[in-house]
Write a protein that binds this ligand. Structure first.
Ligand code: NAD
Length: 376
């Protein structure tokens, strides 16, 4: 879609936006909206397919979709960002909706942007429709537990995998790349469960403490200074040295494409849990498989966010909101079931957990398509 807006200086600028629905056999489309200068139709198509797999792998009743605008949002004023969001929502308004396709935040989009999307869609419909997007502020039908959901899911799948491998979480040495919403929360919960988080890397550098980092203190330091660099109760190490540190568990939770074959060769962990989307390259994946290192793939490991988005959508339909305890309990149940079905398929077919996740997901999608049949 073309997204024209009047800038603050009075001129008109045009941006290109997309919304792609990859597959809706199992339910309405679901997937985020990203604002980034590199967004292309091809990227949005690939990301929408990824959402189809993720939603089916964890068995929530959605297909896959994704959206984006090719724009550098940092160059827009808040007023321009709001206009961009509202015009984009209006343009894609005919294909989204709570029973059709439900957007959510992704790179450079947030709760405020979801609030503007909800308001614009509602204005065009002539009725308040909170369930058209998820990731909304709590005041507008958002869900408790959403902010920490992805990191919590990474923790839960790490715990399940470790248990099945006979690896005690209590005392296990963990290294985490990325200390934001996903990596920070995963590190915090792993430390609470008795694991020793011995090293963290973020965009400012890498720090280690063989006795285990004080994660809450490091979080306070990162909030104050913008990153982990310079934390007094840790030793600074080289960014490349991070990958070869002695440890039991590695959680890459920063960016995609971080662990190639060379880094994978140096990793000492027995278990790798993908907090980020696609942090391990295809070559890195092969090295881990050849070395017998267990890898929990992104489509399962970081699905906590979309699962709690699903809870938000369900709560919006009934206009009855659950407590955070109820949300976390339901998250545990869904993630455990998802993990177990993927683990069992991996054992049965002697394949990696990634292949197993795709087998589970594609089987569900094809079964749904077969059952629906061909109309007319
Ligand atoms: P975030 O912005 O909160 O944190 C990103 C972290 O990565 C920061 O600590 C940053 O310092 C670090 N980082 C950035 N560049 C780096 C580099 N070159 N080297 C090392 N560290 C670097 O982001 P997030 O929400 O935690 O997301 C992390 C990843 O998880 C992304 O791939 C995202 O797509 C994926 N993901 C996030 C969610 C979610 O709900 N937030 C859900 C699914 C997947």
């Amino acid at each position: 879609v073309d997204v024209p807006i009047e800038l603050d200086n009075g001129t008109v600028a045009h941006f290109e936006g997309y919304r792609v629905q990859h597959n809706v056999s199992r339910g309405p489309g679901k997937g985020g909206v990203r604002y980034h200068p590199d967004v292309t139709l091809e990227e949005v198509m690939a990301l929408s397919a990824w959402m189809t797999i993720k939603n089916a792998a964890v068995n929530i009743p959605y297909g896959g979709a994704k959206g984006g605008i090719r724009v550098d949002p940092k160059k827009l004023s808040p007023n321009e960002l709001e206009k961009l969001t509202r015009r984009y929502t209006s343009e894609i308004g005919v294909i989204i909706g709570p029973t059709k396709d439900i957007p959510a935040p992704d790179v450079n989009t947030n709760g405020q942007i979801m609030a503007w999307m909800m308001d614009t869609y509602s204005a065009n419909q002539g009725a308040t429709v909170t369930g058209v997007v998820t990731g909304k502020p709590i005041e507008l039908g958002g869900s408790l537990g959403r902010v920490k959901a992805t990191g919590r899911g990474v923790f839960l799948t790490t715990r399940e995998a470790a248990r099945n491998m006979g690896l005690a979480l209590d005392g296990a040495r963990v290294i985490v790349q990325g200390f934001g919403n996903v990596g920070g929360v995963a590190a915090e919960l792993l430390a609470q469960a008795g694991a020793k988080v011995v090293a963290i890397q973020d965009h400012t550098g890498s720090v280690k403490n063989d006795k285990g980092l004080d994660v809450p203190a490091l979080q306070a330091h990162a909030r104050k200074t913008g990153g982990v660099k310079g934390f007094a109760e840790a030793e600074a190490i080289g960014d490349e040295d991070f990958w070869g540190l002695p440890c039991d568990i590695l959680v890459p939770a920063a960016l995609e494409g971080q662990v190639d074959d060379k880094r994978a060769e140096r990793v000492k962990a027995r278990l790798v849990v993908e907090g980020a989307n696609g942090p391990v390259t295809k070559a890195g994946d092969k090295v881990f498989a050849d070395r017998g290192i267990t890898l929990v793939p992104d489509v399962i490991a970081n699905s906590g966010g979309v699962i709690v988005s699903y809870f938000e959508w369900v709560q919006d339909f009934s206009s009855f909101f659950w407590t955070e305890t109820e949300i976390n309990e339901r998250l545990v149940r869904i993630m455990k079931e998802a993990f177990t079905s993927v683990w069992d398929v991996a054992q049965q077919h002697k394949v990696t957990l990634r292949t197993a996740a795709y087998i589970v997901a594609c089987t569900r999608i094809l079964q749904a398509r077969d059952l629906r049949g061909l109309y007319p």
